[in-house]
Design a protein around this ligand. Structure first.
Ligand code: 13P
Ligand code: SF4
Length: 343
């Protein structure tokens, strides 16, 4: 029997209330008190369910602060999430992120139960390509290896030689030791890789619906508004003309490292905007300017849905065995290449 009750804040034990206060204090600047009070019963219920189910919550940097700082056991970028999934001892992994992240966790952990709190948590990049598209590309460019961004379905991964993330894309491409690769599905990440390697890159025209919205003019306006006194860090899923305006290009974890090392007084994170809220909690001395582009898919994950996920053990990720084996090989091959310089 698992404990499923939601206890109103005023009826919580002193210990539970102290635990809520400890978590809330650092994020008070980014989560209004009334919002935290509304979700506090879920936070305590999730704590209990995690212990009873031997579960961990792995959260992406784009998750809402009350998830990221409130209940997640492990947080990071897509690559870090894959390593965390590979290393955890827990029997249940709840992925606070999008579907491809949960599928990757399942590929690496076939014997664990992997849950995603909302099946609608998709990704515009993952939707831009199918396994049949990859087969056609292979016919068109025989003997050319396929490097696939993790932001894809297991079916697409199964037709690929190796996966990559924005942290290690250049290293993965170069690890193959070939003059030419097919890189999919993110055209802009592919163009960024092409600029940083001698390997010829054949592109696919998938885009992230969040990062493609940024424009160079917008970045220039932010610089002008702060008299140039701002560091611009951009994600490589942005269009090349946006990256050309940036001081640094890297994965979400790469941006966090950059802030940690350089401690600029003011930064603009050209990426999904929940990330700036999450990171600002850990760097109170840095001002984060937030161009607000939200990912609607990441935003489908909420504390009540995480609670229901652990309560009802839903929604369980499964991958058909014939697809899982080649997709797993492609992911494991990436993990062997390592973390790269981009993150
Ligand atoms: P990273 O966190 O790996 O940089 O990926 C960004 C992203 O868009 C994930 O959906
Ligand atoms: Fe996909 Fe872009 Fe959302 Fe990431 S931010 S999940 S790449 S749509």
């Amino acid at each position: 029997m698992v404990t499923t009750e939601l206890i109103p804040v005023e009826s919580l034990s002193r210990r539970d209330r102290a635990s809520l206060d400890r978590r809330y204090l650092p994020m008070a600047k980014v989560v209004p008190g009334f919002e935290w009070d509304a979700v506090a019963p879920y936070v305590i219920a999730i704590d209990r369910l995690k212990a009873e189910r031997n579960a961990v919550i792995i959260a992406h940097n784009y998750q809402a602060p009350e998830i990221f700082h409130g209940v997640a056991d492990l947080v990071g970028d897509s690559l870090a999430m894959a390593y965390m999934a590979a290393e955890t001892e827990a029997s249940v992994v709840v992925v606070a992120g999008v579907h491809f992240m949960a599928e990757t966790a399942k590929l690496i952990n076939p014997d664990k139960t992997v849950l995603i709190p909302d099946l609608e948590a998709g990704c515009s990049l993952a939707e831009s390509i199918t396994g049949a598209d990859v087969r056609l590309l292979r016919e068109r460019y025989p003997d050319t290896p396929v490097v696939t961004y993790v932001n894809t379905s297991a079916e697409v991964k199964a037709h690929s030689d190796i996966t990559c993330t924005s942290s290690n894309a250049v290293e993965v491409v170069e690890s193959l030791g070939v003059p030419r690769v097919i890189f999919l599905p993110d055209e802009y990440l592919g163009q960024y890789v092409a600029e940083n390697t001698e390997v010829e890159i054949i592109l696919w025209r998938g885009h992230c619906m969040v990062h493609e919205r940024f424009t160079p003019d917008e970045i220039r306006r932010f610089r002008a508004a702060y008299d140039g006194d701002i560091q611009v860090l951009a994600h490589p899923e942005c269009p090349p003309e946006v990256l050309a305006e940036a001081d640094f290009v890297g994965s979400t974890s790469g941006m966090v490292k950059r802030v940690d090392v350089e401690r600029p007084p003011r930064v603009l994170l050209v990426t999904e905007c929940s990330m700036a809220a999450n990171v600002s909690v850990n760097f109170p001395d840095v001002e984060f300017v937030r161009p607000c582009q939200m990912c609607p898919y990441m935003g489908t994950i909420t504390l009540p849905k995480i609670y229901e996920s652990l309560r009802d053990m839903k929604y369980e990720i499964t991958v058909p065995p014939d697809m899982a084996a080649p997709a797993r090989r492609a992911v494991e091959r990436m993990l062997e290449v390592g973390r790269g310089k981009g993150g």
